[in-house]
Write a new protein. Structure first.
Length: 137
């Protein structure tokens, strides 16, 4: 047996409102679900990107569908795919939105990454699929 793909990934943020505004404005993600003070969920291509408030999700949920407790503190990391042809456009878009690019890496295998931070300090990356030797563009 082997898992097919990553269906969802998550990061933890203390200010859900600021994070929701950032991810919709800067990364263009579409809002899927929101529970005030607990989470904001987004559609991202064929998957889902989740933002949780760790102070809430660490509390036991005794409902019939209660998800096990979880949470993390400190910066996490998530990478989003971008086509190679859009590197310059993404660089300009980030800068126009006041997002400082922390690092750019031209990987030996032909991939390229732009690193930056979200309002919670999480490390985000826009990377071409070739970064991981995956089919590109």
């Amino acid at each position: 047996m082997q898992a097919e793909r990553v269906l969802e990934t998550c990061l933890y943020v203390d200010d859900l409102q600021a994070a929701a505004e950032f991810y919709t404005r800067v990364l263009g993600l579409s809002l899927l679900s929101r529970v005030e003070g607990r989470h904001v969920f987004f559609r991202c291509g064929a998957g889902v990107f989740l933002l949780f408030n760790p102070a809430t999700t660490i509390q036991p949920n005794n409902s019939s569908r209660g998800v096990p407790t979880h949470g993390a503190h400190g910066p996490g990391h998530a990478a989003f795919a971008m086509p190679h042809a859009e590197i310059a456009n993404w660089r300009e878009h980030l800068l126009q939105n006041g997002v400082a690019i922390e690092k750019e890496i031209n990987w030996p295998g032909g991939g390229y990454s732009l690193y930056f931070r979200d309002p919670a300090g999480n490390s985000l990356e826009l990377a071409t699929p070739k970064t991981w030797g995956l089919a590109s563009d």
